[in-house]
Design a protein around this ligand. Structure first.
Ligand SMILES: *[C@@H]1O[C@H](CO)[C@@H](O)[C@H](O)[C@H]1NC(C)=O
Ligand SMILES: *[C@@H]1O[C@H](CO)[C@@H](O)[C@H](O)[C@H]1NC(C)=O
Ligand SMILES: *[C@@H]1O[C@H](CO)[C@@H](O)[C@H](O)[C@H]1NC(C)=O
Ligand SMILES: *[C@@H]1O[C@H](CO)[C@@H](O)[C@H](O)[C@H]1NC(C)=O
Ligand SMILES: *[C@@H]1O[C@H](CO)[C@@H](O)[C@H](O)[C@H]1NC(C)=O
Ligand SMILES: *[C@@H]1O[C@H](CO)[C@@H](O)[C@H](O)[C@H]1NC(C)=O
Ligand SMILES: *[C@@H]1O[C@H](CO)[C@@H](O)[C@H](O)[C@H]1NC(C)=O
Ligand SMILES: *[C@@H]1O[C@H](CO)[C@@H](O)[C@H](O)[C@H]1NC(C)=O
Ligand SMILES: *[C@@H]1O[C@H](CO)[C@@H](O)[C@H](O)[C@H]1NC(C)=O
Ligand SMILES: *[C@@H]1O[C@H](CO)[C@@H](O)[C@H](O)[C@H]1NC(C)=O
Ligand SMILES: *[C@@H]1O[C@H](CO)[C@@H](O)[C@H](O)[C@H]1NC(C)=O
Ligand SMILES: *[C@@H]1O[C@H](CO)[C@@H](O)[C@H](O)[C@H]1NC(C)=O
Length: 678
């Protein structure tokens, strides 16, 4: 120990003799803050102490240290300042030459950074210079990037951070740089502006809108919110905003029809909203699409249901013909709105347009037409047995339906109505229609009965021994309720019968008399044309009577003749033979009965010349007994016939006295003689 001290003293004596103490080789800055600098240097000899000379604080004595390295902290210093030092090594009264070095304290951070502008891909920052000094530089770090900010000459620094993503939060750190030393760093966050939606899809009607848009995409999958604003400050409420997948739907209701709604749709992120997507849409104004029209001859009543059952709509009903318009306030009427146009002309067409009106905006209008109905009885109907015609107005189509349901179509051409090919005597319901916009509107219905056909083949037959007639006719085609036969100012009715041939027997007429027989067919109150025929009652009875009369005359004549002849012969003792005929009777041959008709015809030729001649050649006063016999036979025959006729048997007459009736017919000038019958 003593030895060591002695050696050191010896060395020091030597060194001091040389007067040469070494400086530290190097001073390192091992710690730096804004107000402190910590140095470290290597200790060469534990006997050495040190003296640090500074320009701001003065000399600082530093005690000797046993350690290999000596740390020393200088404070308080000013931030961001360059300090110069000289470190002396001290031994006894000797000092080294001094080691000079300088270094800087840490600069201060900026006080604050203002975000003065935020765009979709740029944020503008602004801050005041630290210490208002131009000595400092600034460096900005964000996410994985950084940037040195150029030194500006003004008091504030403004910097645009560019190439950012929209709607993203960024974490920034701003460092103050002095020399190579950076401040601790000023950190802050802020966001870029989100983008607008690309497009809004709008579905709308009168009172509702459904808006739909895709969410705004971004690299960080941030969730944005959306705000819809209405520029006109009308109460628009996106009450039902739903996001499903990448779509957002907003349902707006209770809008006013025919109104322009302007919207701005904002995307919102943090405290920032997008510039706004502007659009507008106009709610529609619907038309009434269905009206009911009640029609009569002079009135049209129009009614419709309130549109969408909503009171907001007003209505204007215009009638083109009248040129009039009528307003209806939706809130002041019931669910069904009705209006009647009256005092119209029957069968006239009327056009209407119904508008819905909201705030003086008119819908396109629903147009419709209608036509007043008709009084069918006002037309002059011409009815024949197969057709119906009339001059009509207010009808374009006609059809007729009969009681069996069969329908006949007619035509209406320029107001002339024609129905043809109808069933004679048929009863028809004639219906008039008006063809309006592919709809057949019934106008009126009229009941008409057609004229029946006249009876055909009207003819008579003898009946009731001449005191009546059988009137016969063929049933005509068509409907005939009854046939009225008029004879001798008396009417007889024959009601409908399905037989083909009708026979009506009429009694109480006079025999052998001409009658005009007329027949008229009826269907309901309609009558056919009257047909007539001249008939004659059977004259046979009269002939018989006349013949009987003649017979009686002849018998009386013969009796008188015989009485006178035989009476005088008795008186002449009956000696004379029978008086010979003055005229030779070779001309008179006996005639067989079956030859009589032929003979009769011969004799009646040439205006009965044969008879005339025969008569003239017949001697008046004398008839031979032979002739008498012939006359008697004829008389008896006639009597027989007359009896038969009295028995009212035409058939008998036909069989027994065909030739005789012919004679009698000729003799009594019968004209409507028919060969086929008696
Ligand atoms: C300050 O000290 C550091 C660390 O020892 C050194 O790197 C730097 O060069 C020094 N600065 C100056 C200005 O000498
Ligand atoms: C000096 O500083 C260094 C590094 O900071 C440290 O390791 C060492 O222990 C310090 N020495 C003393 C004596 O404090
Ligand atoms: C050092 O200086 C002091 C006074 O300044 C003096 O008293 C002393 O004797 C000196 N020592 C040496 C060894 O010279
Ligand atoms: C972003 O900057 C604005 C404007 O300077 C500011 O109002 C807002 O608070 C900042 N946002 C954050 C998260 O600091
Ligand atoms: C930042 O950008 C805006 C335009 O976005 C420009 O007007 C302004 O001058 C820029 N500022 C700087 C410091 O470059
Ligand atoms: C509008 O549309 C909505 C949904 O499509 C429907 O519920 C509503 O009845 C409609 N309103 C009108 C007035 O048509
Ligand atoms: C965003 O979402 C997509 C799909 O879900 C995914 O592939 C992508 O990695 C996400 N991006 C970030 C930054 O999370
Ligand atoms: C929007 O609707 C909601 C819910 O119906 C209601 O609470 C809110 O007051 C409405 N906002 C406006 C502005 O009408
Ligand atoms: C919201 O709208 C959706 C469809 O757009 C519908 O299914 C749902 O019922 C609505 N909700 C409300 C509360 O209106
Ligand atoms: C809504 O308005 C936009 C223009 O603003 C137009 O392109 C779009 O067709 C409108 N949509 C409807 C349904 O009217
Ligand atoms: C009906 O309303 C319209 C406006 O909506 C008006 O111009 C017109 O004069 C009104 N007509 C009548 C008859 O009141
Ligand atoms: C409907 O008409 C009434 C009376 O003229 C009027 O007061 C009201 O504003 C109208 N309504 C609309 C939606 O135009």
């Amino acid at each position: 120990m003593i030895m060591e001290r002695v050696l050191t003293l010896v060395l020091l004596c030597v060194l001091s003799a040389w007067a040469n103490i070494p400086d530290v080789e190097k001073v390192s800055v091992i710690g730096r803050t804004e107000t402190e600098l910590t140095f470290q240097w290597k200790v060469e000899n534990s006997s050495y102490s040190y003296k640090l000379a500074t320009n701001v604080i003065g000399d600082i004595p530093i005690n000797a240290s046993e350690a290999e390295y000596l740390n020393y902290t200088v404070s308080p210093l000013s931030p961001g300042t360059n300090y110069s030092f000289t470190l002396y090594t001290v031994f006894e009264n000797y000092t080294s030459k001094g080691f000079y070095f300088s270094n800087v304290t840490t600069p201060s951070n900026v006080n604050s950074v203002s975000v003065i502008d935020r765009k979709e891909n740029q944020i503008t920052l602004q801050w005041s210079k630290v210490n208002n000094s131009n000595d400092y530089g600034y460096e900005l770090y964000w996410n994985e990037e950084n940037s040195s900010i150029p030194i500006s000459q003004t008091n504030t620094v403004e910097y645009n951070v560019t190439s950012l993503d929209a709607g993203t939060e960024y974490f920034f750190t701003l460092y103050t740089v002095f020399g190579h030393v950076m401040s601790s760093g000023y950190s802050f966050t802020n966001v870029t502006m989100p983008s607008n939606v690309q497009d809004v899809n709008v579905k709308l009607n009168d009172t509702e809108m459904i808006l739909q848009w895709d969410v705004v995409s971004n690299t960080n999958n941030n969730t944005y919110t959306y705000t819809l604003e209405n520029k006109d400050e009308l109460t628009v409420n996106c009450t039902n905003q739903t996001a499903e997948g990448n779509e957002v739907t907003c349902h707006i209701s209770d809008l006013t029809p025919a109104t322009n709604y302007s919207f701005t749709l904002y995307t919102e992120f943090a405290d920032l909203r997008s510039t706004g997507f502007n659009f507008y849409n106009i709610t529609t104004l619907s038309d009434i699409t269905e009206v009911t029209v009640n029609r009569s001859q002079t009135e049209l009543t129009i009614s419709w249901n309130k549109l969408n059952n909503n009171d907001i709509y007003n209505y204007t009903l215009k009638s083109q013909g009248e040129g009039s318009e009528k307003n209806f306030t939706g809130s002041a009427v019931g669910d069904v709105i009705t209006h009647t146009y009256s005092s119209l002309t029957p069968g006239t067409e009327h056009s209407f347009t119904l508008f819905t009106v909201v705030n003086k905006a008119f819908s396109r209008g629903f147009s419709f037409k209608n036509v007043t109905t008709l009084y069918c009885t006002s037309f002059n109907w011409t009815v024949t047995n197969s057709s119906i015609e009339a001059k009509v107005n207010g009808s374009t189509y006609v059809k007729a339906q009969n009681s069996t349901g069969s329908v006949k179509n007619g035509t209406v051409n320029q107001n002339s109505l024609t129905l043809q090919g109808l069933y004679p005597g048929g009863s028809y319901n004639v219906s008039l229609f008006y063809y309006l916009e592919s709809e057949l509107l019934p106008q009126c219905t009229h009941h008409l009965t057609l004229d029946p056909y006249s009876v055909s083949h009207l003819r008579c037959e003898y009946h009731s021994g001449g005191y009546g007639l059988a009137v016969i006719w063929d049933t005509p085609y068509g409907v005939v309720d009854r046939v009225q036969v008029d004879v001798d100012r008396k009417s007889f009715n024959k009601s409908y019968s399905s037989e083909k041939q009708i026979r009506l027997e009429i009694n109480g007429l006079q025999a052998a008399k001409k009658y005009t027989v007329t027949a008229t067919s009826f269907s309901g109150s309609r009558r056919s044309q009257t047909v007539s025929v001249n008939c004659e009652t059977d004259p046979a009875g009269v002939i018989a009577g006349v013949l009987v009369f003649f017979l009686l005359v002849i018998i009386i004549c013969v009796a008188v003749f015989a009485w006178r002849r035989y009476g005088s012969a008795k008186r002449n003792k009956m000696t004379n033979p029978l008086v010979e005929p003055k005229v030779p009777n070779k001309n008179y041959k006996p005639l067989p009965l079956n030859k009589f008709p032929e003979h009769y015809q011969n004799m009646s030729r040439d205006e009965n010349r044969g008879f005339s001649e025969e008569y003239e050649t017949t001697p008046l006063e004398c008839i031979s007994p032979q002739k008498m016999r012939v006359i008697l036979i004829i008389s008896m025959l006639i009597t027989c016939l007359a009896t038969a006729m009295q028995a009212d048997s035409i058939l008998l007459l036909k069989v027994h006295c065909h030739p005789l009736s012919m004679i009698s017919g000729e003799w009594f000038g019968r004209k409507d003689h028919r060969p086929s019958s008696c």
